[in-house]
Ligand binder design. Structure first.
Ligand code: SAM
Ligand code: SF4
Length: 337
């Protein structure tokens, strides 16, 4: 798949061709990763964040957010629940929370490994090499860090530096691989200032980084962030801005499946937010093979508002489990073990 071909598939307005793309992605998905859908329980355990990403509702300068950090015992309760629900993995996600020390996280990881049979994915932002190494030794298996866009100048615009910390997520993804993590990354689709060319480069970068998991979701504007008013902030040539639409992320998922046939690709909560009835199912039918049922206790969910009207905000972990099983059965697929 050349870059020209990726660009063609991203831009075509021919409905019959788009239908061919969905079919090709679904065929390749079946051939390479089968009909099983893997369940990975998502636990959003802290919404404290030191960073100020221009798109995210959890950014440090958003003073309207009520902040929380779950206790070690609360996290362990959720991990036990995830194991009872048959999830193979717990994904521990938070803002870039420096109130959470490396030693505290290390202890949480060790306890989950001792008390459950879950694999652990961390999604904690751009942490220092020594911390990442310590958590790997403690038992963490995977790390998820989206590079968000491969366009360096767009990346720099929407990710203000946080003192000396962070700044080069691609380098950090390579470091994570050296440390022995299975590495996941991904992008948002439709960021103001993102062109089709950028998106084609993103898909090519997925391939060259050899990622084992690739998360693709729509960018959803949040009015409590600078990018929520983006049309005033960035301009791109006419016709080149990637639309902030429901369909475009499905095209990126489908192309990602064709370019990285063996990757694990989730159907994201953001897809369900744009289409609560069928967003997850459409993702699964157009290349995805992972779902991430939410394990976060209901009382914390409204506080993890990275974008508005987030799906599943009024549900419990038990509701999410039943809902995911029903959706998987409805499209004739099976739950993987
Ligand atoms: N703090 C960690 C990080 O940044 O990697 C993990 C949590 S962060 C909330 C997880 C992901 O949420 C980000 O990688 C970003 O792609 C996504 N996100 C944040 N704001 C978003 C928005 N307005 N629309 C869609 N996705 C968003
Ligand atoms: Fe913090 Fe992650 Fe949101 Fe950026 S995307 S503000 S690092 S939670």
């Amino acid at each position: 798949m050349t870059k020209e071909l990726i660009l063609h598939w991203l831009k075509t307005t021919d409905a019959r061709q788009v239908a061919r793309l969905w079919k090709a992605a679904d065929d390749v998905r079946r051939q390479y990763v089968g009909d099983d859908i893997l369940l990975r329980g998502l636990l959003e355990f802290s919404n404290f964040c030191d960073r100020n990403c221009w798109y995210c509702g959890l950014r440090a300068d958003n003073t309207t957010v009520e902040r929380y950090r779950m206790s070690e015992d609360e996290i362990l309760d959720c991990a036990h629940k995830g194991m009872r629900y048959g999830y193979g993995t717990i994904v521990l996600q938070s803002g870039e929370d420096y109130g959470m020390s490396a030693a505290w996280m290390e202890n949480v990881i060790r306890r989950i490994k001792r008390e459950t049979n879950l694999a652990i994915t961390l999604s904690l932002g751009e942490r220092a090499g020594a911390e990442l190494s310590c958590w790997k030794t403690a038992g963490a298996d995977r790390y998820l860090l989206r590079f968000e866009t491969s366009n360096r100048s767009l990346y720099d615009q929407i990710h203000p530096r946080c003192g000396e910390k962070g700044g080069d997520r691609i380098a950090l993804l390579k470091k994570l691989e050296e440390l022995g993590y299975e590495v996941g990354s991904g992008v948002m689709v439709g960021i103001p200032g993102q062109t089709y060319e950028d998106l084609a480069n993103d898909i090519e970068l997925f391939r060259s980084l050899g990622l084992s998991m690739i998360g693709v979701g729509p960018y959803i504007p949040h009015t409590g962030t600078p990018l929520g008013y983006a049309d005033k902030l960035m301009t791109v040539p006419d016709g080149e801005q990637v639309p902030c639409s429901e369909e475009m992320p499905y095209r990126v998922i489908a192309l990602t499946r064709l370019v990285c046939p063996s990757a694990n690709i989730p159907t994201t909560t953001a897809l369900a937010t744009l289409n609560i009835s069928y967003g997850r199912e459409l993702g699964l039918s157009r290349g995805a093979n992972i779902v991430m049922p939410n394990l976060t206790p209901k009382k914390y969910r409204p506080m993890y508002e990275i974008y508005p009207s987030k799906a599943c905000i009024d549900e419990t972990a038990a509701d999410c489990r039943v809902c995911m099983h029903r959706r998987i059965a409805s499209i004739g697929r099976t739950v993987g073990r």
